[in-house]
Design a protein around this ligand. Structure first.
Ligand code: FES
Ligand SMILES: [Fe+2]
Length: 377
């Protein structure tokens, strides 16, 4: 060890990254997708909250009639965060001078005299928002294309007798790519040696496609901890699992009966909010060859969340946060990653971010050119 070293400046940003690991740990996520940001019941009519995507702040509010709106989180007057304000009818009101904005971000009223002037023409950006699967989803990119862009399709949660599901969220002090690596890389059974959500994993398939990476493991699923009592191992093939990093989401599928989707909300380079939608077709009654009736599934899942899913997640969070701290200290050490699936996930994250940056740069070039032509005319 070299004790003469002065303090390092910290990991490089994306542009200055010197290798693939530094690139992936600095990459953002393409805002032109739907991202889960909150639970639907976290915002009652009249509530407002702040949502952050890659350091950009958004005020998300539910108007008095129950409709959600999302606008850039700043008052055009003196740049206070609108999320510090309040909701009146279908408007968000800045707490300082009471300027009011509609759901499109247009200034529609000012609560003081105008000094003989007209209402200023001000508009802050607005974002597309929707509610699905018990979660609020925001589209941080171009609102004009939002509803043409796919989001996770989960028919099992929208059919007449939906599968059991309680979305869970965790704020993790780690880069989003570390979380994607964690959930799709089953070499870390050692971390979960107490609860054994999976073990003896062998990567049997990996396919890289344009927008996704598909992997399959032969492994024992759900055989440890409390899960073994609730998973119907006689009727579910728990010896393999399929996983996908379907940019920007991640999912798993165990024999078409136990599934999940994960949506990561990248807050900044070292903070991510992860929304897990686990859903189960059925649960077995412990020690009996019976399944729980449909109406009790949520109660069982609530218990399973406490005794199995959350404790396992706590181990993953501990590991990801420790990895983030380790990376910030040792970002220049040689790369020692041996799972090819991890390399594939990282390559996809990097490529998608590069494509986004290139599209944005092209837009700016067009704007500049147009500006130059207008000036010349
Ligand atoms: S700063 Fe928002 S109304 Fe003045
Ligand atoms: Fe894990």
């Amino acid at each position: 060890m070299d004790f003469t070293e002065t303090k390092k400046p910290g990991p490089p940003d994306f542009e200055n990254a010197r290798n693939k690991r530094q690139k992936v740990r600095a990459a953002g996520m393409d805002p032109n997708h739907w991202y889960a940001v909150e639970h639907v019941d976290a915002l009652a009519p009249g509530d407002v909250t702040e949502v952050t995507f890659w350091r950009k702040s958004v005020a998300l509010f539910r108007d008095e009639w129950g409709t959600l709106h999302a606008v850039e989180n700043r008052c055009a007057h003196r740049q206070l965060k609108l999320s510090l304000g309040l909701v009146e009818k279908d408007r968000i009101v800045c707490p300082y001078h009471g300027w009011q904005y509609d759901g499109e971000g247009r200034l529609v009223s000012v609560a003081h005299e105008l000094f003989g002037k007209k209402l200023p023409k001000c508009k802050v950006k607005s974002y597309a928002v929707r509610e699905r699967y018990g979660l609020i989803w925001l589209f941080f990119g171009d609102p004009a294309i939002a509803f043409d862009v796919a989001m996770p399709e989960i028919p099992e949660l929208e059919q007449e007798k939906p599968w059991a599901c309680i979305p869970l969220d965790f704020t993790i002090k780690a880069h989003h790519s570390m979380i994607i690596d964690n959930v799709s890389d089953f070499t870390h059974a050692f971390l979960h040696r107490k609860y054994k959500p999976f073990w003896d994993a062998k990567l049997v398939e990996m396919k890289e496609e344009e927008n996704r990476v598909l992997v399959s493991y032969d492994t024992v699923i759900g055989g440890g901890g409390a899960t073994k009592y609730f998973v119907d191992r006689n009727n579910i093939d728990t010896n393999s699992i399929k996983l996908g990093y379907e940019y920007p989401y991640q999912w798993s599928n165990t024999d078409g009966q136990i599934k999940h989707w994960l949506s990561v909300l990248p807050i900044d380079e070292r903070t991510t909010k992860a929304f897990f939608i686990f859903y189960f077709k059925s649960f077995k009654v412990p020690f009996l060859p019976l399944r729980f009736p449909h109406r009790l599934m949520k109660t069982v899942l609530r218990a399973a969340n406490e005794v199995q899913i959350k404790p396992v997640m706590a181990e993953d969070i501990m590991a990801c946060e420790a990895e983030q701290r380790g990376y910030e200290e040792h970002y220049d050490e040689p790369i020692a990653e041996i799972n090819p699936a991890v390399h594939a996930f990282q390559a996809l994250t990097i490529r998608k971010w590069e494509e986004y940056l290139e599209r944005e740069a092209a837009k700016k070039r067009v704007k500049l050119r147009r500006g130059a032509t207008d000036a010349a005319e």
